[in-house]
Write a protein of this length. Structure first.
Length: 729
């Protein structure tokens, strides 16, 4: 036994022979006991249990939780809003540097903002969500800067940095996507379902964990394990599918792959990333396909009576892992109001039955529960808004909302940067239930939150070598694996006209997207994007300006995009609701429900959200125009459809106009071109039924795991789950 010190890029590394290494950036004293070195984080001159890395994480967490002030506990229970690294301009989130906007001549990319310093020091926040970052090096430097500030604070509690999904090859636009950091690129979740191999999911999770740790990230806000039974849902692309029998092994593989440090007795260690599975109790059943980020989409319905099926990815997978960590370290409930007979109609985090009775008691989940982002503030007066989602409890104060959530067993508030509402909730709870009850309850949350931080080794060494991070993140081996996985996830629906001949002349039309609202409900102007913008296609083909010059046409398409709410309809005396559509031409919902299952909002003087008889148009209808033009002008020459399928698409309008059809769920352009020109094979199978019609979609229950009636091609092929290139498996 013994220990040594060495200088590093961030400060000092203490190496314990036969023990854990310690990273120190500032002036934290080192204690020696039994021949080992320990950090004196509390600066007491004696080794406290939480400082002793020989003890288990639960023991250390319980010791530290018992020492914290209520202000420090309140800070632990906050998860920051989305952080840009650096904050370079205005937008949904912004910040300053020394009172100024970011100026690259004055400020470093990894500098901490005024807001970050404030929430670390004043509000004691130790869980931070990184949204975008310039590069892997900057991420490592920024992480080190955060950790150095916290190391100098009382108790030396480090920062647990988290991220939303970061490895997708393309962005669906349905959720905040993290950006930068140069990570390897893999299929989206539904692409993993198309590949159909849990071992591929495991390998992805292992690679992602290595890259995350090199970026300073120790919690993943995922996987998204909702059963995607509603085909119109905008977040379907991030799920692992709708069949629980297939989803369960993939969930286990994902969580085990990301959380497990090889060689560790309990599975946890310096290579582990905590998974926060989402969204309890399943978010894929929004009525009419609407999403609960928005008040108009808050209701989850179960017309087929399959609520229990939607719990299975949690109760039979995330809470019963095969690996040594045992269960996912954290759970996130969704925004939805679960419309269940006999139970209160409030958002899931406010729902005693959903959280306290089911999650905490019946299924005995004892890990961290963190709300989805932004559910405790006062609601926006407009139902067409991207605002606070305090569904069903708008009459409560902000502090009362926090207390109700805490009493349901929740430990943490996503997107909340201020500790005061938690402190106010604590005070109200003391008045109602007594000081001893509330003290025990709050320290229980502190223990749960600290346990994860001890498990992943943050208290020993949270620091990174930026050069090493640059080498690990997006290294050639990981990039190669990701590209191969993308090809395995793509689905060849029809091979006619394929593969194309390398060097041939190809016409690729531009696309048009109508003016529309984006994810945060801000109006976007009409766009005419080039599918190959910034991409050099010459290694595969020569691009022509007209179809007549070309030997073949490639029509890049997206599955139909539409908006389910129209404020002009509401202003004109309607209810504002209109159908989401999975077809390109205008759709009139003749067979939709006459009366919605769910309804009721203080901003509406009606409860029927039905859109029956209403018509909606597709934002990218021009994709079909492009295909029809190509078919008309190319004559007998090959016309190939390459579709990014965010959602199952009704093929009746377009499949007969295409020769070859390739669909993908998040593949980079080089992979798409490789498949079209025969350099790689598409290895995936449809992860869901392609609907026979929109009438079939309307008849299908939002919670039904079987999927809508599938489409039958003119040649008799059934484009159903498991289909690819002439056969279903």
């Amino acid at each position: 036994m013994g220990w040594t010190k060495e200088t590093t890029a961030y400060g000092v590394l203490v190496r314990n022979e036969g023990g854990k290494n310690l990273g120190i950036a500032g002036d934290v004293p080192v204690l020696e006991k039994d021949g080992f070195a320990f950090k004196d984080l509390a600066r007491t001159g004696e080794l406290l249990p939480y400082e002793d890395w020989r003890l288990d994480a639960e023991t250390r967490a319980a010791d530290l939780a018992g020492r914290l002030s209520r202000e420090e506990i309140a800070g632990l229970m906050l998860y920051s809003s989305h952080q840009m690294v650096p904050f370079t301009g205005p937008g949904p989130f912004s910040d300053t540097y020394g009172g100024e906007t970011f100026d690259p001549r004055k400020h470093g990319d990894a500098d901490l903002t005024d807001g970050q310093l404030r929430f670390l020091k004043q509000d004691h926040i130790r869980h931070v969500l990184q949204m975008s970052v310039k590069s892997a090096r900057v991420s490592a430097q920024w992480s080190n800067n955060l950790q150095k500030v916290c190391e100098e604070e009382p108790w030396g509690i480090p920062v647990n940095i988290s991220t939303d999904p970061r490895h997708g090859a393309t962005a669906a636009g349905a959720e905040f996507r993290t950006a930068g950091s140069d990570v390897s690129k893999w299929p989206e979740g539904i692409g993993m379902a198309a590949a159909g191999d849990p071992e591929l999911v495991r390998r992805f999770a292992q690679v992602a964990a290595k890259e995350y740790r090199a970026l300073g990230i120790t919690t993943a806000l995922g996987p998204q394990i909702d059963l995607s039974t509603e085909p119109r849902w905008m977040r379907l692309e991030d799920t692992l599918g709708s069949d629980p029998e297939k989803v369960i092994p993939m969930v286990k593989a994902y969580c085990d792959g990301m959380q497990t440090t090889e060689g560790s007795p309990d599975g946890w260690g310096a290579d582990s990333v905590i998974t926060m599975v989402k969204h309890w109790p399943g978010g894929g059943t929004g009525e009419g396909g609407r999403d609960a980020h928005y008040p108009y989409g808050c209701f989850a319905v179960y017309p087929s009576g399959q609520f229990e099926q939607h719990l299975r990815p949690f109760t039979e997978a995330a809470f019963r892992l095969d690996g040594p960590t045992g269960k996912a370290g954290a759970v996130m409930p969704y925004y939805t109001v679960s419309w269940l007979e006999g139970h209160e109609k409030v958002g899931n985090s406010y729902n005693e039955y959903i959280l306290k009775e089911l999650l905490r008691e019946k299924y005995a989940y004892d890990g961290v529960v963190c709300t989805d982002w932004g559910i405790t503030g006062d609601p926006d007066p407009s139902i067409d808004s991207f605002g606070s989602r305090c569904y069903g409890v708008n009459e409560l104060t902000e502090a009362e909302r926090h207390l109700r959530i805490i009493l349901n067993g929740v430990d943490q508030f996503g997107g909340n940067n201020r500790a005061q509402p938690v402190l106010d909730a604590w005070r109200i709870g003391e008045e109602k239930y007594g000081a001893a009850f509330m003290d025990e309850r709050m320290r229980l949350s502190a223990k749960r939150l600290l346990t994860g931080m001890f498990r992943v080794g943050l208290f020993e060494n949270p620091y990174l070598d930026p050069e090493e991070s640059e080498w690990i993140v997006g290294c050639a081996a990981f990039v190669k694996e990701g590209l191969a996985a993308q090809a395995r996830s793509a689905v060849m629906l029809r091979k006619a006209g394929l593969p194309l001949r390398e060097g041939m002349k190809v016409w690729i039309p531009r696309r048009t997207l109508r003016a529309r609202k984006n994810f945060v409900r801000m109006m976007m102007p009409e766009e005419t994007p080039d599918p190959l913008a910034g991409f050099d296609c010459t290694p595969w083909c020569i691009r022509t300006e007209t179809p007549e010059e070309a030997d073949a046409a490639i029509v890049f398409m997206e599955s139909p995009l539409s908006d389910p709410y129209d404020p002009e309809d509401r202003a004109g005396g309607g209810n504002g609701y209109r159908p989401l559509t999975l077809q390109y031409r205008p759709y009139t919902a003749a067979e939709a429900r006459a009366v919605s299952i769910a309804g009721g909002d203080f901003r509406e003087d009606f409860t029927n959200r039905s859109y029956r008889g209403k018509t909606n148009v597709c934002i990218n209808e021009k994709d079909l125009d492009n295909l029809e033009e190509a078919r008309c002008r190319m004559g007998s020459k090959p016309v190939i459809v390459c579709m990014h399928m965010h959602n199952p698409t009704v093929p009746a309008e377009w499949e007969g106009k295409a020769d070859g059809v390739l669909v993908h769920f998040g593949c980079s352009l080089p992979v798409q071109m490789d498949i079209l020109f025969g350099r790689q094979e598409a290895g995936g199978r449809l992860p869901y039924n392609l609907p026979a019609s929109m009438a079939a979609v309307e008849k299908h229950g939002e919670d039904d795991t079987e999927g809508p009636e599938p489409y039958v091609c003119k040649d008799g092929s059934v484009w159903e789950t498991g289909y690819a290139d002439g056969e279903t498996r």
